[in-house]
Write a protein that binds this ligand. Sequence first.
Ligand code: NAI
Length: 495
Amino acid sequence: MDPPHKYGMVQFDDGGRLMADFTDCDFEELLVGLPVQMVFRRRTEDEQRGFVNYFWKATPAPGAAEEMKRISFAGRVAIVTGAGAGLGRAYALELARRGAKVVVNDLGGARDGCGAGSSAPADQVVEEIRAAGGEAVANYDNVATPEGGERIVRAALEAFGRLDILINNAGILRDKSLIKMEPENWRAVLDVHLHGAYHVTRPAMAAMRDGGFGRILLTTSAAGLYGNFGQTNYAAAKMALVGLMNSLKLEGRKHNIKVNTIAPLAASRLTEDVMPPELFERAQPEYVVPMALYLCSEACDRSGTIFNAGMGYFSRAAVMTGPPVQLGGDGTVPAVEDIADHWERINDMRGAKELADLNAATVDLMTPVQKPPAASAGAEAKPAAAAGGVDVQAIFDGLAGTFKAEAAQGVDVVFQFLISGSGGGEWSCTIRDQTCSVARGRHDKPTCTLKMAAGDFGAMIGGRLPPMQAFTSGKLKIEGDVMKSQLIEKLFKIG
Ligand code: NAI
């Protein structure tokens, strides 16, 4: 019956605030902090009581909405490695144009990393940034050494007092097919790309943790993601960076440090003799910049993702895992022939998923889509669980009786159960020296905590809800050591 009301505060430049009921506007267009111009007229006047009603009209200040949506790096400090040329230079220029203070790192070596190096490329980019009114310092250290990495990060802290953004971009090429690839060429490429990222990211991560914010961009390549003839060293290094990202995203999570990876495609001295000339002309590094900078911005809340970017085209790449197929089981090891017999099914990527981490992948692997039906034998041994209403206390009373001591050799765990709903409560189950004891209440140091509704718990113990399925469907929530929770199936006769 009532139209929705939207109230808001208008703050005046010279002090004073106005609380207003917003009408006649498209609510979607209201932005918090939007600069507006205000005009008013007296609407009615209540002379008897001395009230004046005003009608105010607010219009966004010219260009204000666009300005608010602009992704800014003001106040941020960024390091771009290999920023003396190509992609790194383009990233550094745009970061500075959008307000970041930039450390322009470049060794100034040859395309294959040989030669003494030169300060000229980094100096030139710093000059360009300063000429445009931005702030930058040059650094000529080699990312391929731990000392180089430390010095690059120190340059940011000494010049600007903090570090928010790191783009690991420095790169060289030494292409040869594997049989012709001498160890020094193999190593030189891994040293710059993989070890270089480690050397700079390690001190950078510490500085970002201290600042409570961080964006790290790694640079992979289609050669690594998909393969390219004659680039085994480069492809191995570039794909290794994806592995680095996958673990680093987890380590950075609690410090608000996001780690992502870009696979660029751009005209540069690295690609001048590999890219067809017509592509080379269209592939200016500037086309890659928007994605790289977005991934380094506050606006980006993704971590652990890979994006292809080039010539105005963008796509996401990911490691996908097909649905698992269970062969053997129940103590039967599958035979080689079983693999041959189920080859098509194992290869089937329909329904493939992206998995968040190793734990998720392990649980997923053990959750085949068509799980064999749960054995019904023994269900009658737990009448409470099998009945419609769940007697949770009775389940815990009987739990020690379903314990398989022979499966508990070397196991030392405490499971804490938090069961919600009617009949629920808290129980802990301690397994040590091949014995099992169950106690009501909370344990002060559980190995893992399992949270479930009473009905689901009854179904799980009754064998009607496989634990893996309960976990992946969200009916079972596990905190602490997720891997240890999987012992439950092994340690108790379920169903
Ligand atoms: P580029 O050769 O123009 O720039 C790389 C810069 O890194 C050079 O200025 C070089 O002096 C610097 N550098 C090399 N070794 C260094 C070291 N040890 N320490 C500090 N600086 C060092 O090449 P481009 O194309 O701009 O490449 C940038 C990154 O993008 C590289 O990691 C490359 O592998 C990657 N990439 C580029 C692609 C492209 O299409 N251009 C495709 C896929 C990946």
